[in-house]
Design a binder for this molecule. Structure first.
Ligand code: HEC
Length: 201
């Protein structure tokens, strides 16, 4: 598998700018059941992703600043102004690791709920033992940072678009991609910040 990935990486570097690389063509073939729209929205790299690939997620300062500027411009506070929602709903969303399957083999049923899959990368509620370490532990997040307007806003916006703060972050841009809607982001933010949430117990 590792060798295959290295090979794919080499192939994608060899492709001229703008053209579909051999690696991309191979991946596209593997998802023959996906519609063109899904390909465009899910598999074509946007400018930020292309730059992060080009610089192997370590962009030089001027490119990092460019990415930050572009990603910050996508941030949008919710129309109703509610940055904190229902932590119980947020707890569910943080734990849901399904949603978004495309292709022929196991496409999602249309009513499947998409989640944030936060536990894949973060420790959150300490009672949950299956937690990843790709991202920092968020256990005690609200207890440690408090609930100031700045912290609330940062938390909401960070979930909306992680790269607005950290260029080439490995954290998905949940709001930017429309994966989580404004209400869902507020629910997850409450899961991190509410004193009653198991994250802070
Ligand atoms: C694929 C891995 C991955 C997933 C999934 C993920 N994150 Fe992250 N997250 C990271 C990484 C890596 C960082 C550190 C780099 C950064 O700040 O972007 C991070 C940083 C953060 C931070 C900033 C922490 C700080 O100290 O300021 C918050 C808040 C956060 N994540 C919340 C979440 C929430 C909530 C979810 C689920 C909706 C989630 N993350 C899903 C990888 C992930």
């Amino acid at each position: 598998m590792r060798r295959a990935l290295v090979l794919l990486a080499a192939l994608s570097v060899a492709a001229p700018a703008g053209a579909e690389s051999d690696a991309e063509a191979l991946v596209r073939k593997a998802f023959a059941g996906a519609t063109e729209d899904e390909w465009r929205t899910r598999l074509a790299q946007d400018e930020t992703q292309a730059l992060c690939s080009k610089y192997r997620n370590a962009p030089p300062p001027d490119i990092a600043a460019q990415i930050l500027e572009r990603e910050r411009a996508t941030l949008k506070l919710p129309d109703d102004g509610r940055l904190l929602g229902d932590w119980r709903e947020g707890e569910k969303l943080a734990g849901i690791g399904t949603g978004g399957h495309i292709g022929r083999i196991q496409p999602d049923p249309p009513d499947r709920r998409k989640g944030g899959n936060c536990y894949a990368c973060h420790k959150l509620a300490s009672k949950e033992v299956a937690a990843g370490t790709i991202g920092p532990s968020l256990t005690g997040y609200g207890r440690l940072r408090g609930n100031s307007p700045e912290v609330v806003r940062y938390t909401y916006e960070k979930i909306q678009n992680a790269q607005a703060f950290f260029p080439c972050s490995h954290m998905p841009r949940f709001g930017y991609h429309g994966w989580l809607g404004p209400k869902e982001i507020a629910d997850v933010a409450a899961f991190l910040l509410d004193p009653e949430s198991p994250v802070n117990k």
